[in-house]
Write a protein that binds this ligand. Structure first.
Ligand code: KIV
Length: 301
């Protein structure tokens, strides 16, 4: 996060607002204003109460409860098996932890593609039961009518184009999207359709940096990149990649700011060794009681 954007989200009021309560939640208007003012937008995934609280306290304005949780938390091979109920469970936990950040719930595969009505009912659950402020769904022009329908009833929608992981089998793998004239044009059109449909932001995943920058210049809604270069209005990362927690596969676009897997493994090994050696727990970690009470309790034994 740039120093400028960290400061703007940590100060007492959200970007551009004066005199609000210290805990006023970030809104889609704040995000729009940040784009207009060239202030980079920071987004990070969270999947539980504790990490949501930490991310919120760090001044990150946008939290995504991504369906990437299927891979980094639940151990699925892809995001496809993630269900609405699984997502809801995690969205609720994140909602309890995030006081200021705008929380976006990722709509899992097959919970919005069937019809706009299906999308409406399921997106509504994320706001009503999950306490999220918005939802994200994958797809460009074909999803625009659904986006428009959700926006029409007051559900903020974040679009997601480029590499859309729910379409991994159709795309033939996790590949950069937009390196041909045809696909580059399609992505620009997708972004415009999503903007027109009322999406409040658009994730650009694994899109060549120059194309992502060109799209960013051509739409008025913020673009949030992941593997899409520095020309986007903001950046999103998967928390487990950023913390070095998920070591199964580290995508090229991920930067590890810590190596928590190593730290956790080391701590667990030390605990194991101390229990086995009898050096944990010590008196410091145990509770005493009056000897007379114990004697009386054991008298009839
Ligand atoms: O599920 C997720 O975490 C995402 C981000 C990678 C954008 O969709």
């Amino acid at each position: 996060m740039s120093k400028k954007s960290a400061k703007s989200v940590q100060r007492e009021t959200p970007p551009g607002e004066a005199g609000s309560s210290p805990l006023r939640r970030v809104t889609i208007n704040d995000l729009r204003r940040m784009k207009e003012q060239g202030e980079k937008i920071v987004m990070l995934t969270a999947y539980d109460y504790v990490t949501a609280q930490l991310i919120d306290q760090a001044g990150v304005p946008l939290i995504l409860v991504g369906d990437s949780l299927g891979i980094v938390v639940l151990g699925y091979e892809t995001t496809l098996p993630v269900t609405l109920e699984e997502m809801l469970h995690h969205v609720k936990a994140v909602g309890r932890g995030a006081q200021r950040a705008f929380v976006v719930a990722d709509m899992p595969f097959m919970t919005y593609q069937v019809s706009a009505e299906q999308a409406l009912l399921n997106a509504g659950r994320f706001l009503q039961e999950g306490t999220a402020q918005g939802v994200k769904l994958e797809g460009g022009e074909p999803m625009a009518p659904t986006v428009a329908r959700l926006v029409e009833v007051g559900i903020p929608v974040m679009g997601h184009i480029g590499l859309t992981p729910q379409s991994v089998h159709q795309l033939g793998g996790y590949r950069v999207q937009g390196r041909t004239v045809e696909v580059a044009r399609r992505l620009l059109n997708d972004a415009r359709c999503l903007e027109q449909a009322g999406a409040f932001a658009i994730v650009l995943e694994c899109v060549p940096a120059p194309l992502a920058a060109a799209i960013t210049e051509r739409v008025n809604v913020p673009t949030i990149g992941i593997g899409a270069g520095a020309g986007c209005d903001g950046q999103v990362q998967v928390l487990h990649d950023l913390l070095g927690l998920f070591t199964g596969f580290v995508p090229r676009h991920a930067k590890q700011y810590a190596q928590l897997a190593q730290i956790i493994r080391q701590a667990v090994e030390t605990y194991r060794d101390e229990v086995q050696a009898g050096t944990f727990p010590t008196a410091e970690h145990a509770f005493g009681m009056e000897e007379a009470i114990l004697r009386e309790a054991l008298a009839e034994e």
